[in-house]
Write a new protein. Structure first.
Length: 389
């Protein structure tokens, strides 16, 4: 399973010794006989073994570490990593039938994302090495979970950085157009093949539970996608407006509300920026607003524009809330750190001329574990705020 050896410069070696898992192409001295997507031994310039890593011949991230030292990387190694991931989720009380089972670097298995939805699995391979190991991972998940279907949803555009094609493949039974899952007593229809991510935003599950604790009165769920937040808070509110720009998402949100007998959810097709602006002009007021936009900052170059967008929607929301109203605001842009997000929120508060009390600072769900020395594994920020004029 292993082949080749790579020597890295001091800068890259120091990075690994500090606990990160990535080495960039600029820190590679000599890849020798390493093949694209292979598992390689990595040494520093003093010939000290640092560990074993996945090697990419295309990406700027050339090495993603699997282990320290010289222990062999074989099928038993990967079996044990999967077992460790399952044991962690068992300790955390994660729903075994609707959860992320493998979260890439967070589970020390870089390049793999695996989500479980009942008897269906969605597997994403993001790098050259995990593509080569697809038969292995298929055997492992079949043994561990016995799924009816495995969807290899290898259509993420990040694969293009690895020189990989975008495709979907199915092992087992065909994937239904829509799959209904149970989330905390609510039935939610999702699309595994065409939906965002792997069909559902599992990373927001704990935050949806938190939103339910605070939500009341007249509520707005902006960037609602298929209505995950709206459906969960509806029976705690008088009325919920779920707004999204995608007609397909709005239609699915509407069907999810109907499926759960929620007559107080109004699904609206609109640009959320325009919708917030118009509601403010009309003098409308809300008791609860949820902002869960897509990642505005796809890269560092777009950070400044992204922050303008985040500030605008948060400023509008603060002005729309009644005194004592609740704002649940999120960012899934990993280029926007929590510190930067807080600074943006403070600017929005000043422009809205209000006071804001922080009720909770939250992050992604527990089945998306954060590796302390790999800040990229922490990407989701969620603040629950109380607004006072």
């Amino acid at each position: 399973m292993e082949s080749g050896q790579i020597v890295i410069r001091r800068h890259g070696a120091d990075r690994i010794r500090r606990g990160h898992l990535w080495v960039y192409r600029s820190d590679i001295v000599n890849p020798k006989d390493a093949e694209p997507g292979s598992i390689v031994s990595v040494r520093d310039e003093r010939d000290t073994i640092l560990g074993k890593a996945f090697f990419s011949s295309k990406s700027q991230i050339s090495l993603r570490f699997l282990s320290r030292g010289d222990a062999p990387i074989d099928e038993a190694f990967f079996q044990e990593r999967f077992a460790l991931a399952d044991r962690l989720r068992e300790r955390l009380g994660v729903d075994p039938l609707a959860s992320r089972r493998i979260y890439s670097e967070g589970d020390l298995l870089p390049g793999w994302v695996i989500d479980r939805y009942g008897d269906r699995l969605v597997v994403q391979s993001l790098i050259q090495a995990t593509d080569r190991l697809q038969p292995l991972v298929q055997n492992i998940v079949m043994d561990r979970y016995g799924p009816r279907s495995i969807l290899f949803r290898n259509d993420s555009r990040v694969r293009e950085l690895e020189g990989l094609e975008l495709k979907q493949e199915v092992a087992g039974d065909p994937i239904p157009e829509l799959l209904v899952i149970n989330e905390d007593g609510k039935e939610i229809a999702i699309s595994l093949t065409a939906g965002q991510k792997t069909g559902s935003y599992l990373d927001q599950r704990d935050n949806r539970r938190a939103a339910r604790r605070y939500a009341r009165g007249r509520a707005l769920d902006a960037f609602s996608y298929t209505g995950g937040f709206a459906v969960q808070i509806a029976d705690r509110c008088d009325h919920v407006e779920a707004v999204d720009i995608s007609p397909q998402a709005v239609a699915l949100a509407r069907s999810n509300a109907e499926r759960n007998g929620l007559k107080n959810v109004e699904c609206i097709e609109a640009n959320a920026f325009d919708f917030l602006r118009e509601r403010h002009k009309e003098g409308q007021r809300y008791d609860t607003i949820i902002l869960d936009p897509p990642a505005f900052a796809k890269n560092k170059e777009s950070l400044e524009a992204a922050l303008r967008g985040y500030k605008e929607i948060n400023n509008r929301a603060m002005r729309l809330l009644r005194p004592g109203g609740i704002l649940i605001t999120c960012s899934c842009s990993h280029h926007v750190s929590e510190g930067i997000f807080v600074e943006m929120l403070a600017e929005a508060v000043n422009d809205a001329s209000c006071w804001v009390r922080v009720l909770e600072r939250r992050t992604q769900a527990a089945d998306h574990p954060i590796l302390l020395t790999v800040p990229e594994t922490l990407y989701l920020k969620c603040f629950i705020l109380e607004i006072h004029s």
